[in-house]
Design a protein around this ligand. Structure first.
Ligand SMILES: O=C(O)C1=C[C@@H](OP(=O)(O)O)[C@@H](O)[C@H](O)C1
Ligand SMILES: C=C(OP(=O)(O)O)C(=O)O
Length: 435
């Protein structure tokens, strides 16, 4: 984390009264990027409807295109037609940007190519953990090389396949990211022997995201056995082409729903799925514990708040994506909060524990890092630039503080383009300020 000169700032609007707003959030990043990978590996052309268009989704589309997949968008925004190529193209260059899903999901696809595929990404991406995916591919007989003599543990790296992957059994430590597991499972049906994957680490974050991977594989006809904790068996076999609708991104709904607690009033999110593997499904329970009320009626989630927020003691290991929103809610609460189980956030877009502690403190709050989380003690906050460290969820968190604290400026609001380019206009519209 540096003290580099700050990017242009965005004046976060302050709420002038209770909210009464319905917010349509775009498609899920996690589902869009899984469904794109599976469509690219499928046995025929498929369609995604309601897909996310954002930097992470566009990087996935570009990466799959570079590997030989045909992807076109129809006149209906978010409707993507995917035509698998005969085999992943060799010599491709994949830009992962800062997208964990691209850097962790595409190496196992590139391994199916008969030649080298080179991966790189943003400067900030070059510190995100990669080693478990790369050592697993190596153990499965795929060549993985870095720019130096040492085996690579981070971007950049080159995956060189032979046109097919044997597959088999491999152990990995996925305590730093569930995406290591998801990335290997997604391509596994195309490996000759499928894959038996065993997690050998002490903790496993973001289990709902692994369940999402298993569910999306089963939806395309793949047999997956996940009956034993920390062990997954994917049988080899065809991936069926599908016409699928992507759920709204429930994690991106988090700052809007949290706004109802901070400003008081009501925020509704339509398209809330009755059943989902998205970790955002935990939001109604979390926001209720923090002083709101939450009710699902039909497919609309309605959250109502009073402007008073309660502190919580919360283990977020299943839903680390929600931590930035919950942390700033905690800074605006009337009692202390302890967040646990989220040590792996240190390997996200930035070291999120350090970034949150630092920015909450700079605004006058009290936030301390623990071994696996944060302790936040509410104090009066003051106007300041909220720095975002190229992290979209830091940016939406800064906006949330700004609802209550006049004069907050959010650095580099454009970083929300990673998963929600329309965030600033949706936020203004939620406040009734037009766009
Ligand atoms: O598989 C996915 O789509 C994701 C898994 C999670 O990663 P980690 O397990 O690294 O937290 C989550 O935080 C990320 O935003 C998306
Ligand atoms: C951790 C996140 O992203 P990524 O998919 O890049 O890991 C996130 O969106 O909170």
């Amino acid at each position: 984390m540096t003290n580099a000169p700050t990017a242009p700032t965005w004046a976060a609007p302050t709420a002038v009264g209770p909210l009464d707003s319905t917010v349509e959030v775009p498609g899920s990043k996690s589902l869009t990027n899984r469904l794109l990978v599976l469509a690219a590996l499928a046995d025929g052309p498929g369609v995604l409807r309601g897909a996310l268009r954002s930097r992470d989704a566009d990087l996935m589309i570009a990466g799959l295109r570079a590997l030989g997949t045909g992807i076109t968008e129809s006149d209906v925004p978010g409707t993507l037609h995917v035509t698998p190529g005969p085999a992943p193209v060799t010599g491709a260059e994949i830009d992962c940007g800062l997208a964990g899903t691209v850097m962790r999901f595409l190496p196992s696809v590139a391994a199916l190519a008969a030649g080298p595929v080179r991966f790189d990404g943003d400067r900030a991406a070059r510190v995100r953990p990669m080693a478990p995916v790369l050592t697993a591919l190596h153990a499965l007989g795929v060549s993985v090389t870095g720019p130096g003599d040492d085996f690579p543990t981070h971007l950049p790296f080159t995956v060189t396949g032979t046109g097919s992957v044997r597959g088999g059994t491999v152990d990995i430590d996925a305590s730093a990211s569930s995406q290591f597991v998801s990335g290997l499972l997604l391509a596994a049906p195309r490996y000759q022997q499928g894959l038996t994957l065993r997690h050998i680490g002490t903790t496993l974050p973001s289990l709902p995201h692994i369940e999402m991977t298993v569910a999306t594989l089963r939806d395309v006809g793949v047999t997956v056995d996940d009956t034993r904790d920390g062990l997954w068996r994917v049988e080899p076999g065809p991936i069926s082409a599908r016409d699928v609708r992507v759920e709204p991104d429930l994690s991106n709904a988090a700052p809007f729903l949290a706004a109802a607690l901070v400003a008081g009033g009501t925020v509704r999110i339509p398209g809330w799925p009755a059943r989902t593997t998205q970790p955002g499904a935990l939001l109604p329970g979390i926001l209720t514990r923090m002083g709101g009320t939450a009710e699902v009626s039909g497919d609309i989630l309605t959250v109502t708040g009073t402007g008073q927020v309660r502190g919580v003691d919360l283990d977020l290991h299943a839903a680390g994506e929600l931590a930035p929103t919950v942390a700033v809610l905690a800074a605006l609460a009337d009692s202390p909060t302890r967040l646990r189980g989220i040590a792996h956030l240190r390997g996200h877009e930035t070291d999120r524990l350090a970034a949150l502690a630092r920015e909450i403190t700079r605004l006058g709050g009290q936030a301390e890092e623990t071994r696996d989380g944060l302790v936040i003690t509410p104090r009066p906050l003051h106007a300041e630039t909220f720095r975002t460290y190229e992290d979209h969820r830091m940016a939406t968190s800064g906006a949330l503080i700004g609802l209550r604290v006049p004069g907050v400026e959010v650095e580099d609001i454009a970083t929300t383009g990673k998963t929600m380019p329309e965030f600033p206009s949706l936020w203004q519209r939620m406040l009734g300020a037009g766009v």
